[in-house]
Write a protein that binds this ligand. Structure first.
Ligand SMILES: Cc1cc2nc3c(=O)[nH]c(=O)nc-3n(C[C@H](O)[C@H](O)[C@H](O)COP(=O)(O)OP(=O)(O)OC[C@H]3O[C@@H](n4cnc5c(N)ncnc54)[C@H](O)[C@@H]3O)c2cc1C
Length: 525
């Protein structure tokens, strides 16, 4: 496990071309690509580990990823995603392909398997929905065309403002044909079978919004991403930041943890550097924020007089909901427990919007979703590194308001009532887990629940947001969610610029590096 370098006040004496706030997938990608173009970069990370949502944590002999369960496309060596991952990790990062049955969608009356590749997906679902084969084929074709149209949509984010006025409409026309509709609206054009719609949208948790609220563009990107199967980073998700950091450092860049940025220093309309929580000031030719729009506008720019220009735009978008995750450690190996790599999505009914509405109205009602992942079964080197034990994770929605009561209490010391709340949610999740994975019960050795407050304190999303900004139709229309801001030398990157997802954050880093270098780096892949 890598030992990270902590922030030290001496860094102020060094000279940097670019300061990058945040060391998640997007910040790391931006840093590597700029360092590869001879720019001296400094990555400042607030947490005590680098990697953002790719970091892991340990308890006893167990280790869990916090924000990665499966990644599509990277098993194809020629895919852009794989080539970009190879570039930023010096091809050291390896991927383990999951079972072809990557997701299992479970309802009280029936279970449906998503099986790769897409021909199998169509075949297996058509067998379960007689008479719907045509609709399922049209659906898969629509995923393809929607994702294809996304290339121009994302490329339009690189256009200078003046050129965007002329070209953006043409470049995004195809994308918005269905991207300006909700997932539900588009699926309703293909089928009236509500059960089929419930199944096809059974991965809504991957992007955080149910069918009647999400843009079809977002749904298509996620569903299409996994159609050819899922993969897991060998050694766990922390390997991503470890390898990328080696590349950054080998090129003369710096990456430091415990380095909390308090604000971006802006003079007139020019970003000059950052002020740290301890008051230190570090200057650079350019500043990139990968810490999300909420942090960037409400914290980093709060004293600059530039918030008002963002604030009216921010009314069109909102942060995603939060979540709780139960991290489980089991005292037998994944093999002994008969675990395989298929993720489980457990639902109380086919209408996902209704499931959420019911839960939001009454938190004592059934969870609207429980997602269960088996990371130790996905990792081929787990047994070597952690012999004789296994891990599981189970995630469900949570509302920030339910945890507001403890928001001022410090990490690890939030008192008995907080621990009681955690225990009662943990027990409720365990009941669902044991109903579907009964062999886990006797082997359960350890469990710990993360809450929206953990997400705030470890990943630094102010309301414990799971995925940054909500992926509504309106969000995709916000042209200002792009790398270049109206403040000179201030750039954005990350999931709020593109969309949620590891590869999406990876590509946002490439977009931002392209904007800074004034060179389309995608061409170099
Ligand atoms: C529970 C969960 C499961 C997920 N599962 C998957 C999955 O299976 N597959 C997939 O593709 N995607 C998954 N995702 C989504 C994916 O992890 C994210 O979309 C992606 O990692 C976001 O990367 P990012 O660089 O935009 O942001 P982040 O990783 O959030 O990085 C932002 C960084 O900025 C830092 N920061 C914030 N404030 C400051 C400050 N003041 N000073 C310095 N640094 C600061 C943060 O600490 C953080 O390290 C999941 C997400 C979650 C939450």
């Amino acid at each position: 496990m890598k030992k990270w370098t902590s922030y030290s006040t001496d860094i102020q004496k060094e000279k940097f071309d670019v300061i990058i706030i945040g060391s998640g997938m997007s910040g790391l990608t931006t840093a590597v690509l700029l360092a590869q173009h001879d720019l001296k970069v400094l990555v400042l990370e607030k947490h005590f580990k680098a990697g953002g949502f790719t970091h892991t944590f340990k308890r006893k002999n167990y280790e869990w990823d916090v924000g990665i369960h499966y990644i599509g496309e990277v098993h194809n060596q020629k895919s852009y995603a794989r080539r970009l991952f190879d570039r930023i990790t010096d091809a050291k990062l390896e991927w383990a392909k999951m079972d072809d049955n990557y997701d299992r969608i479970i309802f009280p009356d029936e279970t449906y398997d998503f099986i790769a590749p897409k021909e199998k997906f169509i075949e297996s679902l058509s067998a379960l929905f007689p008479g719907e084969e045509k609709a399922i084929k049209s659906y898969v074709a629509l995923l393809d065309s929607q994702v294809k149209s996304g290339r121009k949509y994302f490329a339009s984010k690189l256009l200078p403002n003046w050129l965007g006025l002329f070209l953006s409409g043409t470049m995004t026309k195809q994308f918005f044909k269905n991207g300006s509709k909700t997932t539900k609206e588009v699926l309703k054009q293909l089928t009236q079978n509500e059960k089929l719609i419930g199944v096809l949208t059974g991965q809504w948790g991957d992007y955080g919004l149910p069918p009647a609220r999400s843009s079809f563009a977002m749904h298509a990107m996620v569903a299409r991403h996994y159609l050819d199967g899922g993969n897991y980073p060998v050694g766990g998700s922390r390997m991503i930041a470890e390898y990328a950091t080696d590349v950054i450092e080998s090129l003369g860049g710096r990456i430091v943890v415990n380095g909390a940025v308090n604000e971006i220093i802006v003079k007139g309309n020019n970003a000059l550097g950052v002020r740290m929580d301890n008051g230190d000031e570090i200057f650079a030719k350019k500043v990139v924020s990968s810490a999300g729009m909420m942090n960037t506008v409400n914290t980093f720019l709060k004293n600059t007089g530039h918030t008002s220009q963002f604030k009216s735009k921010m009314k069109k978008i909102q942060p995603t909901n939060s979540y709780v995750c139960l991290y489980m450690g089991l005292k037998q190996s994944a093999k002994e427990l008969g675990f395989n790599t298929t993720n489980l999505w457990i639902y109380p009914g086919y209408d996902h919007d209704q499931n959420i509405a019911n839960y939001m109205k009454d938190p004592n009602s059934e969870f609207p979703v429980v997602y269960v992942s088996f990371p130790s079964a996905k990792d081929p080197v787990w047994e070597k590194n952690h012999p004789g034990c296994a891990t599981m994770e189970a995630i469900t929605l949570a509302h920030w308001d339910e945890y507001r009561f403890w928001e001022k209490k410090p990490w690890k010391n939030r008192g008995e009532s907080y621990e009681n709340q955690k225990e009662s949610i943990s027990k409720k999740i365990l009941d669902v887990v044991y109903a579907h994975v009964p062999q886990a019960k006797a082997a359960m050795d350890y469990y710990e629940l993360s809450t929206p407050l953990s997400v705030r304190d470890m990943a630094h999303y102010p309301a414990g947001e799971m995925y940054g900004l909500d992926h509504t139709v309106e969000r995709f229309k916000q042209k200002w969610l792009r790398p270049k801001t109206d403040i000179k030398n201030l750039f954005l990157t990350g999931q709020d610029v593109t969309t949620v997802g590891l590869t999406s954050a990876l590509f946002s880093g490439m977009l931002t590096a392209s904007a800074i270098l004034k060179k389309n780096l995608l061409k170099s892949l």
